[in-house]
Design a protein around this ligand. Structure first.
Ligand SMILES: [Zn+2]
Ligand SMILES: [Zn+2]
Length: 426
């Protein structure tokens, strides 16, 4: 993983002029400052200013926001680049996931944030590459100790059956077996999802306002009515998360002057035809009618003049070409995002690094424990199926389970004595 990261980081840095605001970042050239972290002057020396962020090791200041790209790719899945997802962490402790595209939970979980802190999701639109991993957050966190339900915010649609509330209702129906079985075995509470659906036509209307974080919605133009982009205000900062959209007047107006702006930036039609399997008739519409290409992205950024622009939603191998295309219309601060790229944003400016995290991160417990099972939840396993429990297999575990019972004071709730096959250890 770390090899992969450094390769894409160096490849990108060789071509992308990273413009970061303050201190060391501005004083040194991007490649030398970012990639190497300064000169190592002796054999036992260190280079602490490397271009890396080690998750879980840095507290944010009160007026700071950290954004981690947990998915920057396309709907067609690849191991090295998940679909759209950006985690925003605020200095006040709030953490909000903007889009949770397919595959992105593997990146989110590599940050080793307790699942009870990852309960708020904003969806820009209902294409699977923007919400397809909601199942992994929902059920994965449930099994990994999350004691509380999720909350999802998202737009309405032109018809009721095209909106977020309908989608989440359908999600619950599709995963009913999952819900019923975990509800009985664990607790139904973490399986809850509260939906906050708002009008997709709202222009810069507040859709969230809690503890100093204000989030507004603006319409986007993408494949049909419903998609939106989000404007996030915190501690005097203005940040923008653009979901999928072709160039639209609302973004040009309301994202103007923001400190940090994320917007899709698609590869050119030749790339989609030659490297993404699309026929020509689709390639030039996909990139440039339903989405925003490099020159169009650059034009938008030149119009809104952000403190820092981030393009995403393109295969990493296309980034060199994409950069040239963006630079034909925009010369300001820019990152073309790959998975795990991380930005710290303050009133003083923006710094960009790569999060370095393990491929096999463990779930990290938070301060609160899950409630016990709810005895009113019906057991989804029938007597017929239970009658098939094979005693010798179960009893083979008894020594291990006795030790665990005694170490954790579980004698009162030992689940084995009522079983017909149970043969206690001597
Ligand atoms: Zn889309
Ligand atoms: Zn998309």
């Amino acid at each position: 993983m770390s090899l992969d990261l450094s390769r894409c980081m160096l490849g990108r840095l060789a071509s992308v002029a990273v413009v970061a605001a303050a201190g060391l970042w501005a004083a040194l050239s991007p490649v030398s400052a970012s990639a190497a972290g300064g000169v190592v002057t002796e054999r036992t020396g260190t280079a602490p200013d490397r271009y890396v962020y080690y998750p879980g090791t840095e507290a944010l200041s009160e007026g700071e926001v950290r954004v981690v790209a947990c998915g920057t790719g396309m709907p067609d899945q690849r191991r090295g680049q998940a679909s759209a997802c950006f985690l925003f962490e605020f200095g006040n402790g709030e953490k909000i996931i903007f889009d949770i595209g397919t595959g992105s939970m593997r990146n989110i979980n590599s940050l080793m944030i307790p699942s009870e802190f990852l309960t708020k999701v904003f969806i820009s639109h209902l294409h699977t590459d923007h919400w397809g991993d909601l199942d992994a957050l929902w059920a994965g966190g449930w099994t990994a100790g999350r004691p509380v339900p999720l909350e999802v915010w998202g737009p309405s649609g032109r018809e009721e059956d095209m909106g977020t509330a309908y989608a989440i209702d359908g999600f619950k129906r599709a995963y009913n077996w999952d819900f019923e079985t975990r509800s009985f075995a664990i607790s139904p509470i973490p399986g809850g999802i509260t939906v906050h659906e708002f009008d997709y036509k709202a222009e810069n209307a507040v859709v969230y306002d809690q503890d100093g974080v204000v989030i507004r919605s603006i319409p986007a133009i993408h494949a049909g009515d419903g998609p939106v982009s989000y404007i996030i205000e915190y501690a005097g900062l203005k940040l923008v998360f653009g979901g999928d959209s072709s160039p639209n007047k609302w973004f040009a107006e309301y994202a103007k002057g923001a400190d940090f702006v994320i917007h899709e930036a698609f590869a050119n039609p030749e790339y989609f035809m030659n490297d993404y399997g699309q026929p020509a008739q689709l390639a030039w519409r996909a990139c440039c009618e339903f989405h925003t290409s490099g020159p169009a992205f650059g034009k938008i950024m030149s119009e809104i003049d952000p403190g820092h622009a981030v393009g995403y939603h393109t295969m990493a191998e296309a980034h060199d070409e994409l950069l040239v295309e963006i630079r034909s219309t925009y010369d300001g601060p820019l990152s073309i995002a790959v998975d795990m790229m991380t930005w710290n944003i303050t009133a003083d400016g923006v710094t960009e690094r790569m999060a370095v995290s393990p491929d096999r991160a463990s779930a990290v417990a938070g301060p609160n424990r899950q409630p016990p099972p709810d005895p009113t939840v019906p057991n989804p396993t029938s007597d017929f199926i239970r009658s098939g429990e094979w005693g010798p297999g179960f009893n083979a575990q008894n020594e291990m389970l006795d030790d665990f019972r005694d170490e954790n004071d579980l004698g009162e709730i030992d689940w084995r004595p009522t079983k017909p096959w149970y043969e206690p250890s001597e």
